[in-house]
Design a protein around this ligand. Structure first.
Ligand code: XMP
Length: 536
């Protein structure tokens, strides 16, 4: 994504992460993040090779990198032009470390430029698919055919290779689609191996981390679990931990890990805010009973939430109210657990990365959301975040390894403010009930059709719109529901799901026949961007 004119002028600010680097004790590969939309994906793909990988700022010093002793460095893409005034640059000394480097797109341009190459705006920019011809099999391209389809997204390209780099592959318009330094283990790819549209992309990354870097490939969820349990035991000692349950996979995995580590020193709190899905509270109770013999507090706070939300239609106000009341209710309940010292939260690695982003950046202004359901520091507990190094798919693997049931582990995510942001307009008990019934039908039909796991998130939205219908011989004037189903890798971008017509028809017929007050169902065919996944 180099030199692509867009409005992301926030490269440098977007790359300051909090968090520990290299804490896994395993071979480590670092991704220096130059602001690419796909930097997280690079880390995920590397971890799929069982090599631990973390994102760090693009300008992490060579001295610190030396201390961390990574097996390899990957320089990500980025929206800037390497020759631009504010272009993010790495510490130039990283190229003198004795560490293999793979530059991707902007990262390749940075690497080549540091060795004396010219980078220029390309005569013909490449976005989307391109055909690459490989003329140096072996090394990075070992086991990969000599012609392959890749995904490109660049306006700039390396114009000459100086005397240091040699070309490994080309496209019709880009003579240096892949390059290698002739004496150092430095490589560059003008295309993006991390995206699924690139054939053999995982193989390329594997060749780099396993063959070039020599990383051992021993990072596995089972060893992460063992290590985490050990460190939780050590940290907690004989003190008590509170864990907030939400019914979703992250908090359940946190609870399962803690339970394994400290048994009945764990207390869990589930707040029923009246905005949960059908049978959710019972499900949480049941799953808890099946897996944990420890203290569970279920707080029915639905009246309190729904009273505060009465008459509120503005989505941001809804979120603020829910966030505030949640903290109040949680705090009151936590006070009942007298000897509690720690609070456990299911913070994931993408949250850690995103919370390091510039709060004034464009991403922060769309919805005031991802802190809803979070708890402030003032609660006075020491925080435990055992998932903060993990991506969602890794958390799911961990859940399965810890013996949590499939249907919980693969459950679609559900937002903190719950049905409130799917009940457009006013929130009333009746409207929530309509939504709950219809949503349960949708999810059941997706399971029956075997489609639930093809979709990353599906739900029903109740619109503040009545339309005319005819039932029997009578005119009706009733509610409209929208169905949303999306496919996504990371929830930052998403495509609407091409749902088979017969499944849509069954869902629509069942909803209209059995959910009172609804006479119309519509299907949402918008992608993100420009839409978002939730409607509010
Ligand atoms: P959007 O609607 O921004 O959603 O495309 C992306 C993902 O985030 C979830 N989401 C939320 N999660 N609190 C949450 O915990 C919120 O306020 C919130 N709003 C959206 C959404 O369900 C999707 O998975």
């Amino acid at each position: 994504m180099s030199g692509v004119p867009d409005n992301s002028s926030v490269v440098a600010e977007n790359t300051a992460y909090r968090g520990e680097i290299g804490s896994s004790g395993e071979d480590l590969v670092l991704v220096l993040d130059f602001g690419s939309q796909t930097a997280q994906l690079i880390a995920r793909r590397v971890r799929e090779q069982n090599v631990f990988c973390q994102l760090v700022r693009h300008d992490l010093s060579a001295a610190r990198i030396r201390e961390l002793n990574p097996k390899g460095l990957i320089l990500s893409g980025g929206p800037a032009s390497v020759y631009g005034d504010a272009a993010p640059q790495p510490d130039p000394e990283i190229f003198d470390l004795d560490v293999p480097i793979l530059g991707i797109c902007y990262g390749m341009q940075v690497a080549c430029r540091s060795a004396g190459s010219e980078v220029r705006s390309a005569e013909s920019r490449e976005f989307g698919h391109a055909d690459v011809r490989v003329h140096d099999a072996g090394g990075l391209f070992e086991g990969i055919p000599d012609s392959l389809k890749v995904w490109m997204s660049h306006g700039d390209q390396v114009d000459d290779l100086s005397e240091h780099f040699v070309s490994l592959a080309e496209t019709d318009t880009c003579p240096f689609a892949a390059v290698k330094h002739h004496s150092k283990p430095h490589y560059g790819l003008q295309f993006h191996p991390e995206v699924t549209h690139t054939d053999f992309g995982s193989q390329l990354l594997s060749n780099f981390v396993r063959n070039v870097c020599g990383a051992s490939g021993s990072w596995e969820i089972s060893s992460v679990i063992e290590r985490e349990i050990e460190s939780l035991r050590e940290r907690v000692g004989n003190r008590r931990v509170i864990c907030g349950l939400s019914g979703g996979v992250d908090s359940s995995v946190v609870a399962a890990l803690l339970y394994k580590a400290i048994g009945d020193q764990l207390s869990c709190i589930f707040v029923d805010n009246g905005l949960v899905r059908k049978n959710e509270t019972e499900m949480v109770r049941q799953q808890f009973a099946d897996h944990f013999q420890t203290d569970l507090h279920v707080v029915d706070a639905s009246d309190r939430f729904l009273n505060e939300l009465a008459g509120v239609t503005d989505p941001q106000k809804k979120r603020k109210i829910i966030g505030r009341v949640f903290i109040e209710v949680f705090r009151d309940e936590a006070k009942q657990i007298e000897d509690a010292h720690f609070l456990a939260q299911g913070t994931l690695y993408p949250d850690v990365i995103e919370s390091g982003a510039n709060p004034d950046g464009p991403a922060a202004t769309i919805k005031a959301h991802h802190n809803v359901g979070g708890l402030p520091d003032e609660l006075g507990f020491e925080l435990i975040e055992p998932l903060r190094d993990l991506f969602k798919d890794e958390v799911r693997q961990m859940g399965l390894a810890l013996g949590l049931p499939d249907d919980l582990v693969w459950r679609h995510p559900f937002p903190g403010p719950g049905l409130a942001v799917r009940c457009l307009g006013e929130i009333t008990r009746d409207r929530l009930e309509t939504l709950r019934e219809a949503d349960a039908i949708l999810i059941e039909e997706l399971h029956t059709a075997g489609l639930y796991r093809d979709i990353q998130q599906a739900f029903v939205v109740l619109l503040p719109v009545q339309t005319v219908g005819v039932m029997g011989d009578a005119r009706t004037y009733e509610d409209t529901l929208a169905i949303r189903a999306v496919q996504t890798d990371d929830f930052m971008t998403a495509d609407w799901y091409r749902m088979p017509y017969d499944v849509l028809q069954r869902i629509s017929t069942r909803i209209i026949n059995s959910v009172r007050g609804v006479n119309r169902v519509v299907y949402d065919v918008s992608s993100k961007p420009p839409s978002t996944i939730e409607w509010e």
